[in-house]
Design a protein around this ligand. Structure first.
Ligand code: ISJ
Length: 397
């Protein structure tokens, strides 16, 4: 093992992504490459034993990576055990292989093979392509339907979503895109996932769903409200309209209600404050709980089930808006607005809402985005907001 780690010092992240992705696509492995917010370490996890996992059993899972779709998340929670787990560290502006934590001989050996162009050719083409014009009119009509439901008093908030097809440039390189996202979203969770059943996805999400550190501390956040980031302003001076302040407060209230359901009263709340995610600003409130103090070791998995899907990606009330989305949304969200992240790696679990993400096809990229609609929404502005969210990935192609 030591000899391989030593050899690995010459391996750079783009080559590791190309070779591991080639291998995983060819051999039906599951792959996750991720970098946690504000970290200088990229992790790569791969295994041929990817499987459906029981969410009630998260604490007992061996180190690995989970990914669940928006719909029926808990029946479709995929788990990639960390049979191969290696890390790359940032040094002199380059991510280079640093450590092989667990080995998987065949794939590990393959990483030292000759570099090849990544096998996007092996990926399918999308089954339908929607014209840009139709995409916009369809979305605006859908937002209007949401506003009607709110006016009729059935919902307080709904988060309608759309998906945008764009052709990939001829010189597209998945590893280049990964590295650009990495430097553009210092506080985002940068992720690339390949699962034979889901295809290839890439993203840079700003939203933590649940974080459990050392089995001691639980964290979550309420994130909502969006505006285009300005360069010449300090975060503390960013101004927000009442619409966004109320929209984000609804998400905070939703989290507090989930905590009430399980009688957790002792929590720290910080915010709301403005955070930056690439080209956007959002409002964020952080929640923190001392799990040891309240003697609740299962809090992470219990809260995961209560929180998903939060009103940042679904709506209020939860069950009714989820059904409405299922019945009316013209797209299938698949992994978008689901959740994913590493479990039990170094004793920590970091699950994120899968936002600012895209599915990669043979010659196209499909970016997904939603916008929080309330009684004060202007459909045209909500469409523009989803455009900005899609651009947070597309501008790095
Ligand atoms: C739904 C998305 O983002 C969520 C919705 C937001 C909003 O409505 O302002 C902001 C951040 C996220 O919680 C998305 O990125 O597609």
């Amino acid at each position: 093992m030591e000899q391989k780690a030593e050899l690995g010092k010459d391996l750079e992240i783009d080559r590791i992504i190309h070779l591991s992705l080639n291998y995983c696509i060819e051999n039906n492995y599951g792959l996750a490459v991720y970098r946690l917010p504000a970290s200088k370490t990229i992790h790569l996890i791969a295994s041929k034993h990817h499987q459906i996992a029981d969410h009630n059993n998260l604490n007992q899972l061996k180190p690995g990576y989970i990914s669940a779709p928006f719909y029926d998340a808990f029946d479709n929670l995929k788990y990639i055990p960390a049979d191969l787990h290696l890390t790359c560290e940032l040094k002199n502006d380059k991510f280079t292989l640093n450590n092989i934590i667990s080995g998987e001989e065949e794939l590990e050996g393959y990483l030292f093979d000759e570099p090849k162009k990544v096998l996007l050719e092996e990926l399918p083409s999308p089954s339908t392509l929607i014209s840009q014009e139709k995409d916009k009119t369809q979305y605006i009509e859908y937002v209007n339907q949401c506003i009607e439901e709110i006016k009729d008093g059935r919902f307080k908030k709904v988060v309608p979503s759309r998906a945008k097809y764009t052709s990939l440039p001829d010189n597209f390189d998945i590893a280049d895109l990964y590295c650009r996202l990495e430097s553009s979203f210092p506080n985002g969770m940068i992720n690339l996932i390949y699962l034979p059943t889901e295809g290839l996805w890439i993203g840079a999400t700003p939203e933590t769903l649940i974080e459990v550190d050392n089995r001691e501390t639980f964290k979550t956040m309420s994130l909502a409200g969006t505006q285009k980031a300005q360069e010449d302003i300090e975060l503390k001076n960013v101004l927000w309209r009442t619409k966004e302040i109320e929209e984000q407060a609804l998400v905070s209230r939703y989290i507090i209600n989930c905590l009430k359901k399980i009688r957790v009263r002792e929590f720290e709340e910080e915010g709301p404050k403005t955070i930056r995610s690439g080209n956007l600003f959002h409002l964020m409130t952080g929640f923190k709980i001392d799990m040891e103090k309240i003697n609740f070791p299962e809090l992470g998995q219990v809260m995961l089930e209560l929180l998903h899907p939060t009103s940042a990606v679904c709506g209020m009330p939860k069950d009714e808006t989820e059904q409405f989305i299922l019945d009316h949304e013209p797209i299938n969200r698949k992994l978008f607005a689901g959740f994913m992240g590493p479990v039990n790696i170094d004793g920590n679990t970091n699950i994120f809402v899968n936002l600012r993400c895209a599915k990669i096809y043979k010659k196209h990229i499909l970016t997904y985005a939603g916008a929080g609609v309330t009684i004060d929404s202007d459909p045209e502005k909500e469409f523009e907001e989803t455009e900005l969210k899609c651009q947070s990935i597309l501008r790095h192609l």
